[in-house]
Write a protein that binds this ligand. Structure first.
Ligand code: V47
Length: 370
């Protein structure tokens, strides 16, 4: 695209954004192909405001847990998973997991537990239900955001139950919402290259669709910066938008930048994404996902300085305090594993925004607007 073409395309997109009109596939592609990063940020910030966004920037005080890294799938992008026999494989008992969470709660007043695991073929469905019940009984006022759609699908195969039956049992045991992982990229070409053993994307959607219909809110993600094309990124975002039109249960979208260290892609020379790509993804996500209220700048992946810049590119959430993150750190993240509330507040304020501590469901708990 020539510079002049690019300017006129962005201008026509701006007119749509100002009129709060839905952007289409071609718009998404043009945005990703644009090098005018500041214009993208400006458009995304405009879109956020046109749709009712304010200066509030959210964060949640949360605890990350990973009960097991044993996984049957062998996704090529993953440095966290192990087979049962590999060095470093672990599965925490329910008592170990709960004791740990209770000890952490004495140190920090987190309101959410965020837990994702490997798809462990050596435990049964009851292990998961008992884990949820035990966490809920030990910490009844903590929201349990547990298990990606891939794990839920895995549980249906373990138990011979439907997605609805699995979700109902987990919900009755205390599950509050689902994290957005497992989405990766929906395009089958890419899935076949990076995660050939993973379930078909239809199951990912079916799980979220069922959760929403049962009143269980969920999150959604996209793993970018590996073998996918811009077209496949836009396709992924539009499939999420269609799902949200149908059921409306996504609380937030989180773009996840691929980290190559300790994966087969590192040996093939793949590199970390750049800040430009990360900011572009935040902006394009905000612009295309007109029906998902929150876009997170995940500081664990991009670092807090860039996450603060992302607040001017359409993001309105910096995720959380996140203690002991393992998935991105196994793959080369050099960010801290914990962010103190005071630091989150400082970064958000320096970006000219108002820090708001939220619970998982985006209810306001505390604000810093002085
Ligand atoms: O599905 C795995 C990704 C996801 C790598 O819901 C990797 O708020 C980059 O679910 N490089 C799991 N990404 C994490 C997840 C999550 C994370 C943050 C917020 C939320 C939320 C959910 O992590 C996986 C995969 O897409 N992942 N390995 C890697 N090497």
């Amino acid at each position: 695209m020539t510079v002049l073409d690019s300017i006129s395309t962005l201008e026509s997109i701006r007119a749509k954004v100002e009129a709060n009109e839905r952007l289409d596939f071609e718009d998404g592609l043009a945005l990703l192909e644009s090098d005018d990063l500041l214009a993208l940020g400006d458009l995304a910030d405009l879109a956020r405001r046109v749709r009712g966004g304010t200066d509030d920037v959210y964060f949640v005080q949360n605890l990350y847990l990973n009960q097991t890294n044993v996984c049957r799938v062998k996704c090529k992008f993953c440095a966290f998973a192990r087979t049962q026999k590999q060095d470093g494989a672990y599965t925490l008992s329910i008592a170990e997991l709960v004791d740990d969470a209770v000890r952490q709660r004495e140190l920090t007043r987190f309101t959410e537990i965020h837990m994702v695991n490997g798809e462990n073929p050596h435990v049964g469905f009851e292990f998961y239900v008992d884990t949820v019940r035990a966490l809920h009984e030990a910490l009844p006022d903590v929201h349990l955001k547990l298990y990606t759609a891939s794990e839920i699908h895995h549980m249906t195969t373990l138990a011979g139950l439907t997605h609805e039956e699995v979700l109902r049992e987990l919900r009755d045991a205390g599950l509050g919402s689902l994290p957005g992982g497992g989405a990766e990229i929906f395009a089958e070409r890419v899935r076949g290259l990076i995660a050939p053993g993973k379930e078909h994307p239809d199951f990912w959607f079916h799980t979220h669709d069922t959760a929403h219909r049962l009143g269980i809110p969920t999150h959604c993600t996209m793993l970018y910066g590996h073998v996918e094309t811009y077209e496949e990124r836009v396709d992924h975002l539009l499939r999420l938008r269609d799902q949200q039109d149908r059921t409306g249960g996504f609380l937030a979208f989180i773009p996840l930048a691929f980290h190559p260290e300790n994966t087969v892609f590192e040996r093939r020379g793949w590199r970390f994404t750049t800040g430009v790509d990360d900011l572009k993804m935040i902006a394009v996500s905000r612009l295309l996902l007109d029906n998902i209220p929150n876009v997170k700048a995940y500081w664990i992946m991009m670092g807090m300085p860039l996450a603060a810049v992302a607040l001017h590119f359409g993001a309105n959430d910096v995720q959380g305090t996140v203690v002991r993150e393992q998935i991105f750190h196994a793959a080369g993240a050099v960010t801290e594993t914990e962010q103190k509330i005071g630091e989150l507040v400082r970064y958000v304020r320096e970006a000219g925004r108002v820090p708001v501590q939220r619970d998982t469901l985006y209810n306001e708990l505390r604000r810093w607007d002085d």
